[in-house]
Design a protein around this ligand. Structure first.
Ligand code: FMN
Length: 211
């Protein structure tokens, strides 16, 4: 494995198939991969579809024990260098399935984790659910949520997989850049061993940005 490789876990709580939530999650992951590739850093992406864990999540809440499959998914999140978490908006908030997943994560497990949050909804009027619901949830878990949250309403998607609205594409790129920088900062903070050779990652990021 390339020692520069970084890991990203993408959590998507969409219910439909195909899912617009998954589509947004994939776009955010691709933009993050592209931003890291510019700096010469390979990215390993694992996507967790919460609909595949729905029964296990309820059972975990009822019994206190995760199934092996759910435990592996939870471990992937905790071990990742960065997280993208995307939910459909239900009743002006995150979906119950999305909340269940974070309910079964122990509180300190996301400490300092760089997280990019996103949501999809039927109406553009509910975009602030990201700020009044999703961001506080992740902040409560002590995650380092990047400033740009990305919301896509039905009208943002055209006939193709590309957003119809260019500003959505711009927000995706901006948020992905913020996530990559947050991942680099976390690495720098974690490398407190004075004898260790620090920061190859953010040096690479700087060299990638051309300054
Ligand atoms: C039970 C339910 C409640 C919903 N509530 C809202 C809502 O309050 N605001 C909104 O913008 N969209 C709402 N929607 C629409 C979904 O957020 C939207 O269709 C979403 O993109 C579906 O994601 P998916 O395709 O990944 O499953 C709701 C949909 C369902 C099924």
């Amino acid at each position: 494995m390339d020692s520069r490789e970084r890991s990203l876990v993408v959590v998507s709580a969409g219910l439909q198939q195909p899912s617009s939530t998954r589509l947004l999650a994939d776009r955010l992951a691709a933009a993050t991969g592209a931003a890291l590739a510019d700096a010469g850093v390979p990215l390993r992406v694992e996507t967790i579809e919460l609909r595949d864990h729905a029964q296990d999540l309820v059972n975990h809440l009822l019994t206190g024990f995760p199934s092996p499959k759910l435990e592996a998914a939870l471990r992937s999140v905790v071990d990742a260098d960065g997280l993208i978490a995307v939910t459909p908006i239900f009743s002006a908030s995150y979906s119950g399935l999305f909340k269940l997943f974070f309910d079964v994560l122990e509180r300190d497990r996301l400490d300092g984790m760089p997280v990019l949050i996103g949501a999809t909804g039927g109406t553009p009027r509910h975009s602030l659910a990201l700020e009044h619901a999703v961001r506080p949830l992740l902040a409560y878990l002590n995650a380092a949520v990047v400033p740009t949250a990305v919301y896509a309403a039905s009208e943002d998607w055209g006939q193709s997989e590309r957003p119809a609205d260019d500003s959505l594409g711009d927000r995706i790129e901006r948020a992905a850049g913020e996530l990559v920088r947050a991942m680099a900062v976390r690495e720098r903070v974690a490398t407190v061993d004075g004898f260790a050779e620090p920061v190859p990652f953010d040096q690479l990021l700087r060299s990638g940005s051309g300054d």
